[in-house]
Ligand binder design. Structure first.
Ligand code: FAD
Length: 302
């Protein structure tokens, strides 16, 4: 049994959970159970755990805030590592902070507001943690979180902690060169700036745009990335995808790039709907949409 193997190899790690439900930890509220779920509460534990899992080639998934991920139904074989307990922030100067990967982005926005700092207005309204944001270079309006990084600390597959300086990180639209399932982001040093006149309006404008997105039902933000020079939402809309449904998953009638869980959707419902939408757009336009949501399902291939 994997749990016995883990207890024997890593006796110091507490709170190793078996058959842990993932749906409550993901904003889509779907997905099965992790064979093993661990939320390390120190960097030391994370290093030992990740090194062991890599060495033994045990399937491993990292979970931040669960706002951009879709686990398949049933048993997810292997180990899900949550960063929920790596969640502190330490201010090094009046504008520079060391932020843990599990620190929630809305809380970081709040810290900035309280300290009269700015520079990250484009992240307004984006849920999730810093680690998840860095992995997908989350952002809006052509901006991305990676712009604000001085450096990132990550645990690599050999258990070492590597420092990635800003100039070593290649990033672009929803893309970061650190994204790799053989690495866990631990923290980042970030530098902001003192707020100036007009920053508040910029932030409010980003929040206003959220008004064009659906509210009230579980979702994971945009389903597909925008293809170069085009809008995935517009393509999906033009191909008649709004209101399409499969099981209890439905394409929003407000924004066609959002798939919503009406309450009892399964991961399979959502995956099927993603496939149907992508197929429609491809057949009508020849454009292949690429999912923005990270789909953890060995059977999923678009
Ligand atoms: C209502 C809503 C609106 C949204 N709007 C936007 C938007 O405007 N712009 C945007 O970019 N996104 C948006 N999103 C998507 C999502 O919030 C972001 O992508 C977010 O940054 C994901 O962070 P997370 O912590 O939830 O990551 P998760 O969903 O937990 O994980 C996402 C990926 O990152 C990996 N990961 C997470 N943490 C780590 C870590 N520490 N080390 C290594 N890998 C890690 C996971 O393995 C997974 O592959 C939205 C989502 C919702 C629900």
């Amino acid at each position: 049994m994997l749990i016995d193997e883990l207890h024997a190899a890593l006796p110091q790690i507490k709170n190793i959970k078996e058959r842990w439900p993932l749906a409550p930890l993901c904003t889509l509220h779907v997905g099965g159970e992790a064979e093993i779920f661990v939320a390390p509460d120190s960097l030391g534990d994370l290093r030992e755990l990740f090194y062991f899992l890599s060495k033994e080639k045990i399937p491993t998934y990292v979970l931040g805030g669960g706002s951009n991920v879709l686990f398949h139904d049933g048993l997810i074989k292997g180990v899900v590592i949550s960063t929920e307990n790596l969640n502190s922030i330490e201010w090094r100067t009046n504008i520079t902070a060391d932020v843990d990967a599990g620190f929630k982005m809305p809380l970081l926005m709040k810290e900035l507001r309280e300290k009269n700092l700015a520079g990250m207005e484009f992240m307004a309204g984006i849920p999730g943690t810093l680690g998840g944001a860095i992995m997908g270079n989350a952002g809006a309006g052509g901006r991305g979180i990676c712009e604000l990084l001085d450096y990132v600390l990550a645990v690599e597959a050999d258990g070492s902690v590597k420092m990635w300086n800003y100039n070593e990180i290649d990033h672009g639209y929803r893309r970061c060169s650190l994204a790799n399932d053989k690495r866990v982001i631990v923290s980042a040093r970030m530098t902001f700036r003192i707020a100036k006149h007009g920053d508040k309006e910029v932030l409010e404008n980003f929040l206003l745009r959220r008004g064009t997105q659906p509210h009230g039902l579980h979702n994971a933000g945009c389903t597909f990335k925008n293809p170069e020079g085009n809008s995935a939402g517009k393509l999906l809309d033009e191909c008649g995808c709004k209101n399409l449904s499969f099981g209890d998953a439905v394409v929003s009638d407000v924004h066609a790039n959002f798939i919503l869980n009406r309450g009892n959707a399964t991961a399979d419902d959502i995956i099927k709907l993603i496939e149907i939408c992508a197929k429609r757009v491809y057949e009508n336009t020849g454009i292949k949409l690429e999912p923005e949501i990270k789909i953890i399902d060995p059977c999923f291939h678009l």
